[in-house]
Design a protein around this ligand. Structure first.
Ligand SMILES: Nc1ncnc2c1ncn2[C@@H]1O[C@H](COP(=O)(O)OP(=O)(O)OP(=O)(O)O)[C@@H](O)[C@H]1O
Ligand SMILES: [Mg+2]
Length: 326
């Protein structure tokens, strides 16, 4: 048999598009929040989706958890179109396999229920354990996410925990049902800086030791590089650069990626490498918009940048960028 080095693809997205109605006249006026987005999530790997506010990161994740319908494009899960997978296995099974963790752990926990309840509930809903074994599993999960002593923690209510501890509960709840994929939408950005690394390291363990695939949504390209094997940079709904996190962060080619990286302080160097951009508007993308979305702010922009979206140019192995000036 042919030796395959690459890990198995768990979730793949091709040419994904999402339009939202703007204002009242919903049919004629649409904004394109996600445009032609293509990526793969492989078993036990993390893909970081990096981009500024409004670049379509959460919309992509919400399509994958079926909160939103896609406008166009294909999504496959374990090699099958998502709808076929659900027709065969059921919505509940897909929901078990693809879990989401949110930015605000307090908002995603119910204040009137104990931590025990939050973790026991998915175990029962998804029939992961008989009732008599649930307590043991809840304690094991609390231990796995570093919340000890487990019995005392289980009896607490969300407000009795710190932000970092609450995010650990949200993670325990997500992994209770043994998912294939976790979509983590800015999971550390609301937490105190001192506890962020602990959460990233916990997610790393779940990835490396338990084979869970992560989509890690963030504004912060530095943590993307720390946690994720692959990074995709988004700008106004478009993937402008993607590849291994090392290659994208050490050798960024798209002017927008270069701008993002210029804002990251470099260890051992004083100050930052300042990059400048034009003070152009960030465009609202529409279904009939053309050109590179960054053209309005890009110092390299020429006429063709406002006329057509560049094709992907290969920079290195698996590293691509879409810019006319490569
Ligand atoms: N339900 C919706 N209805 C209409 N427009 C929406 C809806 N959800 C998102 N949008 C728009 O789609 C665009 C992308 O939003 P999205 O939330 O995906 O961005 P984001 O990259 O996650 O931003 P942030 O970093 O601020 O979370 C934004 O312009 C947003 O206003
Ligand atoms: Mg978001």
């Amino acid at each position: 048999m042919e030796q395959v080095n690459e890990k198995e693809v768990v979730l793949s997205v091709s040419n994904l598009v999402k339009d939202f109605p703007v204002g009242q006249s919903s049919k004629s006026n649409l904004m394109r929040a996600v445009n032609d987005v293509t990526f793969e999530l492989r078993k036990g790997e993390a893909l970081a989706i990096v981009g500024e506010s409004g670049s379509g990161k959460s919309t992509g994740a919400r399509i994958l958890t079926r909160i939103y319908d896609k406008t166009a494009g294909d999504v496959t899960f374990k090699g099958e179109p998502i709808q076929d997978y659900i027709d065969k296995n059921g919505e509940l099974e897909y929901a078990r396999q693809v879990q989401m963790i949110f930015q605000d752990p307090f908002g995603s926990l119910n204040p009137v229920h104990t931590i025990y309840h939050h973790i026991a509930r998915p175990l029962l809903i998804h029939k992961r354990a008989e009732k008599k074994h649930v307590a043991k599993l809840v304690y094991e999960l609390l231990e796995l996410v570093g919340l000890q002593p487990v019995k005392e923690t289980a009896e607490k209510y969300p407000h009795e925990l710190s932000g970092g501890q609450r995010q650990r509960v949200a993670i325990a709840r997500a992994i209770a049902v043994s998912p294939e994929v976790i979509l983590a939408d800015e999971p550390i950005s609301m937490l105190d800086v001192s506890v962020r690394l602990g959460i990233l390291n916990l997610m790393s363990d779940l990835k490396d030791k338990h084979g869970i695939s992560f989509m890690y949504i963030t504004h912060d390209i530095a943590t993307a590089r720390y946690f994720a094997e692959k990074t995709a940079v988004m700008y106004v709904g478009h993937m402008v650069e993607w590849g291994s996190s090392d290659s994208v962060t050490q050798n960024p080619q798209h002017p927008y990626s270069q701008l993002l990286l210029s804002a990251v302080p470099e260890v051992g160097k004083s100050g930052r490498r300042e990059l400048t951009v034009k003070k152009g508007e960030i465009p609202m993308w529409k279904p009939d918009s053309v050109g590179c979305p960054f053209a309005t702010r890009c110092l390299k922009a020429t006429e063709k940048c406002s006329e057509s979206m560049p094709e992907a140019t290969q920079i290195g192995e698996e590293h691509f960028a879409r810019c006319h000036h490569l």
